[in-house]
Ligand binder design. Structure first.
Ligand SMILES: Nc1ncnc2c1ncn2[C@@H]1O[C@H](COP(=O)(O)OP(=O)(O)O)[C@@H](O)[C@H]1O
Ligand SMILES: [Mg+2]
Length: 156
């Protein structure tokens, strides 16, 4: 099942992320692709809200930290990764990526290219792009039952 949404403001992108967060009921692995400035981190801010991450946490891009983690509602936590600066898949072992997937985490990965070449899989991919008017076109691709369930709940 696939969906596409156009957002015209960063608030609309946040709202969309929030809707996804509200549709989540369990662990999930999301890949966020698209050029710099397309709204990936903005979307994660909304996602955090939808997952019930406390407003006291300021969601920032994990560009230099590689991973930021936040406690969320529903017994989940949000693990926000940015792998742009990661040199190799081996480095992922150091940050415990596989353990993360086995716990109650919503794992969101910006710049997931290294992982897609490897054995790791995602429940959903969100592709961010600009249109001719610099709106953001956000395409959702669900893989497997988990991703499909969340996506249909989000758009029902
Ligand atoms: N429709 C929109 N959706 C998301 N961001 C937008 C939109 N319009 C303008 N912006 C701005 O674009 C920037 C997006 O940056 P960011 O979310 O950090 O992108 P990325 O993480 O993909 O590099 C923000 O400064 C945001 O305010
Ligand atoms: Mg970003």
């Amino acid at each position: 099942m696939n969906q596409q949404v156009i957002t015209r403001t960063d608030e609309q992108t946040r709202d969309l992320g929030q809707r996804l967060g509200q549709a989540v009921t369990g662990p999930l692995a999301l890949a966020l692709t698209g050029d710099l400035g397309c709204g990936k981190t903005t979307f994660v801010k909304g996602l955090a809200q939808g997952l019930g991450v406390s407003e006291g946490f300021h969601i920032t891009s994990p560009t230099f930290t590689i991973i930021n983690e936040y406690p969320a509602d529903k017994g989940l936590r949000l693990c926000h990764l940015d792998l742009y600066r990661l040199g190799s898949v081996e480095e992922l072992a150091c940050i415990g990526y596989e353990d993360m997937l086995e716990t109650d985490a919503v794992v969101v990965v910006e710049w997931p290219d290294l992982l897609k070449e490897d054995r790791f899989s995602f429940d959903m991919e969100l592709a961010f792009a600009y249109d001719a008017d610099y709106n953001r076109v956000i395409s959702f691709f669900a893989y497997g039952q988990t991703g499909t369930n969340v996506l249909s709940k989000m758009f029902s």
